[in-house]
Structure formats: C-alpha cells, structure tokens
Design a protein. Structure first.
Ligand code: PLP
Length: 378
C-alpha cells in the first residue's frame, strides 16, 4: 500500500530543541526573555514591522485588539462570515454585535464593496481576514474605515509573508494578529503575535499583555515599581515557546520558497479544471501568494464529498473547513438574517489539499494525479 499523505505535517528546522535547551539553561522561562526579544527584533528588523508583541495565540492577539479599542457592549464589528471563530469571538467577549460580511466571488475574502452598506452609527471596527494569505482589497477597506472613523484590525493569522501592493500584510491596519499554530506556515505549537502599526496603542498594549500592570516600563527602568494600572490579562507566551518560534523564523525564507513552489505547482496543474468551473485560489492584481494553503472550489457539496472519498481511497487526506459563522449554532439567531451566498458557497464547496514543507514532488504528483483522475483528466 502507498504511504498515506497527511493534510499537514509540522515543519521542524532542527534547531528548536537546541534553542529550548538554551532558554532552559538561561533560567528565565517566563515571558519576555531572550528568545522573545530575538523574535521581536526579527519581526521589527527583517520584516518591516514597527512594533510587535508575541502572544499565546492569534486568538489572544485579537482579544488584545478588542481591549485596546475599548469595544463596549452594543458596538458593531464587521467581520467576514467565512472565517475562523476567533475573528468575531474576540469582540463578542467584549459585548460587541457582529455584522457579517459576505465573501467575494473571486475568493473567500470579504467583499469590500459590500462594506459601506453595513456601516451604522454604532460601527467601530472592520476586521479583514486575509484568507489563505491572499490580501483583502485593503484600499477599499481603508477608504470605508477612514470615511466613517473606524479602526481596521487585520486578521493576518494565515498571512505571514503575504503582501498588498508590495506592503506586508499585518502592517496595514491599526493593529494586526498573526498565528503560529501548528497548521500555519511558521509555528510554535500554539502562539501568536500582535502587530501595532499605530504607535498610540503601544503603551497600553504592553500593559494589557502584562495583566494590566506597567511591568514592561518597570523592566526598562522607566518607573521605580510596577503596579496595576489598567485592565488586562496574561497574553504573553513563555520564552520556551519563543525559543521554538525563533528556530522557525531563522528559516522563514527556505520555508516560504518551498511552500510557494508547491502552491504554484498545484495552481498550474489544475489550470485545465478551470474551464469546467472548478475554482482555484485567484489573486487580485494587488495580492501576492504566500503558500499558506491551496484549495479547489468544487461545483457542489456532493462533488466535494466524492472527491474527498476518491482521494482517501488513494491514501490522500484532503479537508474542508469553516461552517460560515452566520449559520453557526452560537450566532445564527443573533445574525440579522441577510443571506450570504458566497460564504455559504465556500462552506459547501471549498476543499483544501495537502501543503507542507516535506511534500516532495513525487508525493505532490500523487495528489495532482488523484484530483485529475477524479475529473477524468488523466
Ligand atoms: C488559525 C486562525 C486563527 C486562530 O489562530 P490561533 O493562533 O489558533 O488562535 C484566527 N483566524 C484565522 C483566520 C486563522 O486561520
């Protein structure tokens, strides 16, 4: 029997355990140790971020954003329906009402042209999610936000090394959240990052992340004791997590080169299916590919189920995700009832194919052959 091809396989550079040992030897295992500092410097010096703070997850970074923006009960936050639950949940925790935007026909990103009609006097924030690391239409998002005085928080969980007109995703909104969950391009098991692009938020972000204390200022010698100065929580990861992450960051270029090559190979191999109405990830002119995930959009849920079964019979694991949140058990009754047909379409028809660093060309050929055989193209 052929070896099974998993959907995902975490990448290891080989230095992770060595750096964790170093962190242990150094003897400071709580947050903001030497490896956290190394990670912060990497993002700020190599990747053009102004100010970043490691967090325990992207979810935590989004929750920090909601606290930083002082979201109050009844405030409205516009979020795509086709996304991970953390995108709206971070704001729901503060009492916000979620207004779901539909996706575009081109790709699952939110339909920026629909935003203007969703804004009310209570709207505070727009949260674009760069799905599959492909940029949302940020010019339109920002124009709507500017017109109505709204904050933009990028859910850049999938968007490391993605760009919008040459500018790094995660540097465009006032705040942005990244994920280093095991399924993302660079990982620390669980982990995340808050990028702060408006310096007005920097000091409070440090306080919120350190349980509402001015501990960060204290360690820099700016105050002579640290105290409780605001509400906050514990959003910072242990230096052990940062040590793992640094080993990945050092290899970002190699990881990205490999992932993008795999993505490009899928994209070209499935070009013949486009004529039959099978969708591939389409990049608007302003967007780049960051090799985060490769998907097909089948023509019906039945076709998707049959394709999953066909690939499984060849020991290949393909998976779908995101039951559109406007019809989730938690939010369906709170949703305003607008139909969101594109979010439903991706819920029903989008299928993700294996994409990971170790997916060598011979293994990828098996996936490509399996899909093409299903559509009688091979
Ligand atoms: C993975 C992901 C998250 C959550 O990231 P965690 O680090 O697991 O909290 C949030 N939003 C999107 C779009 C994601 O893909």
């Amino acid at each position: 029997m052929l070896p099974a091809i998993p959907f995902n396989k975490p990448y290891f550079s080989g230095s992770e355990t060595r750096y964790i040992e170093e962190a242990v030897r150094f003897g400071k295992l709580s947050g903001d140790g030497i490896f956290t500092e190394k990670c912060h410097s990497f993002f700020e010096q190599n990747l053009a971020f102004q100010k970043v703070l490691l967090t325990t997850s992207c979810t935590a970074a989004l929750e920090m954003a909601a606290l930083l923006l002082n979201i109050q009960p009844g405030d409205e936050v516009i979020v795509p329906s086709y996304t991970f639950v953390s995108t709206p949940n971070a704001f729901v925790l503060r009492g916000a009402k979620i207004v779901f935007a539909d996706s575009t026909a081109l790709n699952p990103n939110l339909d920026a042209a629909s935003l203007e009609a969703l804004v009310t006097p209570r709207t505070r924030v727009i949260v674009p999610v760069h799905y599959a690391g492909i940029a949302c239409d940020m010019d339109t998002v920002q124009a709507v936000a500017d017109r109505h005085g709204l904050a933009v928080v990028e859910d850049a969980a999938q968007a490391i090394d993605g760009f919008h007109n040459g500018r790094a995703l995660g540097t465009l909104g006032a705040l942005a959240a990244f994920s280093f969950h095991e399924t993302k391009n660079i990982i620390s098991g669980e982990g995340g990052l808050l990028a702060i692009n408006d310096p007005a938020y920097t000091q409070r972000a440090e306080i919120i992340r350190q349980k509402g204390t001015n501990r960060s200022s204290f360690f820099r010698g700016e105050v002579d004791k640290y105290q409780w100065v605001a509400v906050g929580s514990s959003f910072l990861p242990s230096d052990i997590i940062a040590a793992f992450l640094f080993a990945q960051l050092e290899n970002l270029a190699a990881i990205q080169a490999r992932r993008k090559a795999i993505w490009q190979r899928y994209f070209e191999a499935f070009a013949p299916l486009a004529a039959e109405g099978i969708g591939r990830p389409l990049l608007p002119a302003y967007a780049s590919n960051n090799g985060h995930l490769f998907y097909l959009v089948c023509r019906s849920p039945a076709e998707r189920s049959a394709l999953i079964a066909h690939l499984k019979s060849r020991q290949i694991l393909s998976v779908f995700h995101y039951v559109a949140l406007h019809s989730s058990p938690y939010y369906a009754k709170k949703h305003d009832g607008r139909p969101l047909p594109w979010a439903d379409h991706y819920t029903d028809c989008l299928l993700r194919l294996p994409l990971y660093y170790e997916l060598h060309p011979d293994l990828q050929n098996r996936v490509i052959d399996g899909v093409l055989a299903f559509y009688h193209r091979r």
